[in-house]
Design a protein around this ligand. Structure first.
Ligand SMILES: Cc1cc2nc3c(=O)[nH]c(=O)nc-3n(C[C@H](O)[C@H](O)[C@H](O)COP(=O)(O)OP(=O)(O)OC[C@H]3O[C@@H](n4cnc5c(N)ncnc54)[C@H](O)[C@@H]3O)c2cc1C
Ligand SMILES: *[C@@H]1O[C@H](CO)[C@@H](O)[C@H](O)[C@H]1NC(C)=O
Ligand SMILES: *[C@@H]1O[C@H](CO)[C@@H](O)[C@H](O)[C@H]1NC(C)=O
Ligand SMILES: *[C@@H]1O[C@H](CO)[C@@H](O)[C@H](O)[C@H]1NC(C)=O
Ligand SMILES: *[C@@H]1O[C@H](CO)[C@@H](O)[C@H](O)[C@H]1NC(C)=O
Ligand SMILES: *[C@@H]1O[C@H](CO)[C@@H](O)[C@H](O)[C@H]1NC(C)=O
Ligand SMILES: *[C@@H]1O[C@H](CO)[C@@H](O)[C@H](O)[C@H]1NC(C)=O
Length: 591
């Protein structure tokens, strides 16, 4: 196991006159592109080593004093403001035709500054599947200590216990930078017993702590929150601001990374010497003497690779970008989820921040139909694979995607990872819910459509590309409706506000439901996989050391490398992954 508290100790024992950057000089050992969720973890851990100098290039600015970020009850306030990239997709042809907005944070702290703060990890079997497909060392048991290393768990107060907060101590870390816990203003104690009794009748049990690798059940999950200060604990508050004065760490904000600059004399592996940026003083190069690390997020890191000449030769040729590494899988394997909302009038007025989620298994959703659904999906996989390969113009090999889809089928139908997440939100006079099936089969892509880094790329998640994904979206909606007419939950609510029985009657047909889904869904904002960690011959972009194939010193460390969608919200796993990746890097240079 690679947990390097020793390195941290060594750092603090070193004399204070350690190496620091010279502000007249733009040379650093490590240049990290993107000061977001993952990038700030890597910046923090590498700068623990006083002999390393680290620069972080970040397009956004500080949001430390931005109320839209710090408030714990203002989810959505920052949407559409200057700190939201609000990426736009291509027309979603399988989903009614319209474009979608994919939100992402543009700030020191990245998307963790605008997200929903939910802290839920993953199902053990799905992290183990990373190793099964060839990523040596990436399994649950190895990642688990890093979930703990990153975490500073805030033990619930008696009042919070009474309102439903609960945990197993062995699942949590106490000494990490990231504060995890519940708000002082949790929704009152009358709601959880009602949900518990209701979902018991639908076969779903209470899960005391979702963060130990078994996620099925009804849970009251913690958030990334600083309870005492009552502020969001984002990546910047956790991993950067307390360390802002380290002399070997510099954030270069309001600065856009355009592309990697290469050592042109190298003719075998590509060697990065720095990053071309556009900052407040125009275009310049920030030099990296050791490595360039891309942490710009799953909708930007693959774009920077393509702009730098790493990708599909056909795409690069079209934009006259010289080919550096022939790696057609860059930008493929885009996997996101789709979110719909169902809401009711409330019979009471609820104050506080609810964190109730239900994660049912496929059997709990489908009951006796479970094995029929399993075989129907299984027998469609070969067609899915053919169509994914076709829609990627052959960049994704049919055999590779088929293997990935089979693995996914088995996770859902044999290992019983959660099938959907249903978030239950009693707030004010409404009791609403949002839901998303967790593992859609559709696969999309993101690619440049210009050699100009300021132009927006083509983002196509291919939402509802396959019948089963649309079916899941409808079937989970029907299941939620069933829950809301089951007592005692039914006693807490009045009229259904959305979809509303006038739009989707009780006996609505499949197509009525499908139309409602397509006209009302949104991205669930969990895009992963666009620079997948997989063996190169299986369509990978990076290996288990997160180094880009064909390069000597370029890594990707962010949601892009997550090879298969996970059932948790992403940040907890990204923090852990980035912490573990930092140890991989330290090990490369120190021992
Ligand atoms: C609205 C919303 C709600 C969510 N809710 C939750 C939730 O409740 N819980 C959860 O765990 N996850 C949630 N997620 C998902 C999660 O927040 C993200 O998956 C995660 O933060 C992504 O981390 P990252 O390191 O991959 O990228 P990011 O955190 O997005 O970091 C990328 C950074 O790179 C910067 N950057 C991009 N391009 C450039 C460039 N060219 N030059 C310089 N800098 C650049 C960006 O500004 C950003 O700071 C949510 C996401 C959204 C959008
Ligand atoms: C906060 O959000 C509101 C609306 O959502 C917006 O009008 C305001 O400008 C934002 N504040 C900052 C500092 O961006
Ligand atoms: C960093 O230094 C500045 C200037 O001396 C100071 O105001 C700030 O509090 C310091 N930050 C931390 C986290 O110590
Ligand atoms: C890129 O690699 C593929 C697969 O290995 C190969 O078929 C193709 O000819 C290569 N293209 C270039 C331009 O090198
Ligand atoms: C919780 O809030 C509801 C709605 O305001 C109220 O009816 C109920 O009495 C409260 N329960 C407790 C235990 O405070
Ligand atoms: C799925 O289908 C494949 C062939 O298409 C078959 O080999 C496999 O046994 C099936 N698996 C299940 C669980 O039905
Ligand atoms: C695959 O694509 C073809 C051609 O567009 C289409 O007719 C077929 O229904 C698709 N198959 C699946 C499983 O989506």
């Amino acid at each position: 196991m690679l947990v390097f508290n020793i390195a941290t100790v060594i750092f603090w024992l070193l004399p204070v006159d350690a190496k620091s950057y010279d502000s007249s000089n733009s040379h650093y050992d490590f240049v990290i592109v993107g000061g977001g969720t993952s990038g700030l973890v890597v910046a923090n851990r590498l700068s623990e080593m006083r002999d390393f100098t680290v620069a972080v290039i970040e397009a956004g600015d500080s949001v430390l004093n931005n109320y839209n970020v710090s408030t714990t009850t203002g989810y959505g306030l920052s949407f559409g403001t200057a700190i939201d990239w609000k990426y736009q997709t291509e027309d979603q042809i399988y989903a009614g035709g319209s474009k979608q907005i994919m939100r992402a944070g543009k700030a020191i702290g990245g998307t963790s500054t605008i997200n929903g703060m939910a802290y839920t990890r993953a199902q053990k079997a799905q992290i183990d599947s990373w190793e099964k497909v060839g990523n040596k060392g990436w399994n649950w048991n190895n990642l688990f200590p890093y979930y703990l290393k990153s975490e500073q768990f805030q033990v619930p107060t008696p009042d919070q216990f009474a309102r439903g907060a609960d945990y197993y101590p062995s699942y949590h870390g106490e000494h990490g930078p990231l504060k995890v816990g519940w708000s002082k203003a949790m929704t009152n104690s009358s709601v959880l017993p009602v949900l518990d009794e209701t979902f018991q009748q639908l076969g779903v049990s209470y899960n005391r702590d979702i963060n130990g690798g078994s996620m099925i059940g009804l849970t009251v999950h913690p958030d990334t929150i600083d309870r005492e200060e009552n502020v969001r604990h984002d990546a910047a508050r956790a991993y950067y601001w307390p360390y802002e004065n380290r002399s070997n760490l510099k954030i270069i904000s309001n600065t856009y990374a355009n592309k990697i600059i290469w050592d042109e004399s190298s003719d075998s592996e590509a060697v990065a010497v720095g990053v071309e940026v556009t900052g407040v003083d125009g275009i310049e190069t920030i030099y990296a003497t050791k490595e360039v690390i891309l942490s710009a997020g799953s909708l930007k890191s693959p774009v920077i690779l393509e702009l730098s000449g790493i990708g599909n030769p056909d795409i690069l040729k079209k934009h006259e970008i010289p080919l550096k590494v022939n790696l057609s899988s860059v930008g493929e394997n885009l996997q996101d989820q789709t979110n719909n909302g169902i809401s009711y009038e409330g019979n009471e007025f609820w104050l506080g921040l609810p964190t109730f989620s239900v994660l049912p298994s496929v059997e709990q959703i489908y009951g006796d139909d479970f094995s029929a659904v399993s075989s129907a999906v299984n027998s469609s996989l070969a067609d899915y694979a053919k169509n994914v390969s076709f829609s990627s113009n052959g960049a994704v090999l049919e055999a590779n995607i088929l293997a990935a889809l089979q693995l996914q089928h088995d996770l859902v139908f044999k290992s019983h990872v959660p099938f959907a997440e249903i978030v239950l939100l009693p707030i004010g006079h409404t009791f609403s819910s949002e839901y998303w099936p967790l593992l859609p089969f559709s696969r999309g892509s993101i690619h440049i459509n210009s050699a100009d880094a300021t132009q927006t790329p083509d983002i196509n998640p291919n939402y509802f590309m396959f019948e089963q994904d649309l079916k899941s979206q409808v079937d989970v909606a029907r299941y939620i409706r069933k829950a809301f007419v089951t007592p005692p939950l039914s006693d807490l609510v009045g009229e259904e506000l959305a979809p509303g029985f006038e739009h989707v009657p009780g006996d609505a047909s499949k197509s009525t439901w499908e139309n409602w889904v397509k006209s009302n869904y949104r991205s669930n904002f969990h895009p992963v996989g666009t620079a997948s960690m997989l063996p190169r011959e299986k369509g990978g972009v990076v290996g288990p050391d997160l180094k880009v194939y064909g390069t000597k010193n370029v890594r990707v460390i962010d949601a892009s490398v997550v090879p298969f969608q996970i059932c948790g919200h992403l940040t907890s796993t990204l923090y852990a992954m980035a912490d573990r990746a930092s140890d991989v890097i330290k090990k490369r240079y120190i021992f």
